[in-house]
Design a protein around this ligand. Structure first.
Ligand SMILES: Cc1cc2nc3c(=O)[nH]c(=O)nc-3n(C[C@H](O)[C@H](O)[C@H](O)COP(=O)(O)O)c2cc1C
Length: 326
């Protein structure tokens, strides 16, 4: 039944398919949690720097961008994800870039140019508070800035998100790496990160999400900074790649899926050499099998996230990885 739904969804326009998938997950969530009341529990303890810990049911999480409105994360837990990164949320609601803004590309990859279509902090926070009652596994909020906010005021957008959501999530991921918001990736600088550290909450772990298109020297500089700054708990490596989508002839958008795997692995290995297990690394980018997830783990990722291969391979892949990933 699930394979048939999945095949049908893959025949539809990708954005419509996404909306239908979210609707179906909402229904699934309703029946699973309201009627069957099977709430997954976390048994795997992950120690996060600065004296935090997460209790996960598996090391596999859903990457940011799937549950942008924080409305189906309990269903994702039921499918076998051990944690979920919700968002990206921006302080104010915004529509994102005009459609079409997502394309399927061979081999089982995606190019997206959503540009933070966001319901805004207020509704996002209500959703988290509402649905968290149904789910006891970690929820990380991925936060960004509004398109209309000039770069020099970006910090205040992140600060608004942190303040509004503090106490409602198990951690934050600072998105300074989406290729679809003009100027956002320039925030991947030691200067901005130092300024950010001054406004970070003491009560939550905070990770930075980086792009696969930054130079190795920038990656190393940021890793050194993350290692030295007490306020940062780690890194999420990596976001979608503008370089790889450009190579395929797209004038906009970032590529995700299998072609990203070698870069995400390279970034994780390099980050591990600097962070030496003292900070958390969440590895994401192109994982499409249990073997690749394990390879990423063995290269230094404490936790793994996927998005694109879930779209192409569905819940079966999640069950396989989450039950066997070491
Ligand atoms: C359609 C789509 C939307 C995304 N939206 C976001 C987002 O809002 N915020 C973010 O940090 N990453 C976003 N991402 C990037 C993913 O979280 C992930 O970093 C990337 O897709 C690489 O993982 P994958 O190859 O497993 O898909 C998005 C990816 C896709 C395919």
């Amino acid at each position: 039944m699930i394979s048939v739904i999945q095949l049908l969804l893959l025949k539809l326009n990708p954005e419509i398919a996404h909306h239908i998938a979210v609707r179906l997950l909402s229904l699934y969530q309703f029946f699973k949690t309201k009627i069957l009341r099977q709430i997954p529990q976390g048994v795997l303890l992950i120690k996060v720097p600065r004296h935090f810990e997460w209790k996960l049911s598996s090391r596999l999480g859903m990457a940011a961008g799937f549950d942008k409105q924080a409305q189906v994360f309990p269903a994702l837990f039921h499918l076998g994800f051990g944690f979920v990164e919700v968002g990206t949320v921006t302080p104010l609601p915004q529509p994102g870039n005009p459609p079409p803004r997502i394309w399927r590309v061979a081999p089982q990859a995606l190019v997206n140019h959503f540009g933070f279509n966001s319901i805004g902090l207020e509704v996002f926070k209500k959703n988290i508070r509402h649905y968290r009652r149904q789910a006891r596994l970690p929820v990380l909020a991925n936060i960004g800035k509004n398109k209309s906010t000039p770069a020099e005021n970006a910090l205040s957008d992140y600060e608004s998100c942190l303040k509004a959501l503090e106490g409602n999530v198990d951690g934050f991921v600072i998105n300074i790496s989406s290729p679809n918001t003009p100027g956002l990736r320039e925030l991947q600088s030691t200067e901005f990160i130092r300024a950010l550290c001054k406004v970070l909450p003491l009560s939550s772990p905070v990770l930075l999400k980086l792009a696969p298109d930054i130079s190795i020297s920038t990656l190393q500089e940021i890793c050194e900074l993350v290692l030295s700054e007490d306020c940062l708990s780690g890194l999420v490596l990596v976001n979608t790649s503008r370089e790889l989508s450009e190579k395929r002839g797209f004038s906009q958008g970032g590529l995700s899926g299998p072609p990203l795997f070698s870069t995400s692995m390279d970034f994780i290995e390099r980050a591990r050499q600097i962070l030496l297990g003292k900070k958390i690394i969440i590895g994401v980018g192109g994982v499409s099998s249990l073997e690749e997830a394990q390879q990423m783990r063995d290269s230094g990722a404490d936790l793994i996230e996927i998005y694109t291969s879930f779209i192409y391979q569905g819940p079966k892949l999640i069950k396989t990885i989450s039950s066997r990933l070491q």
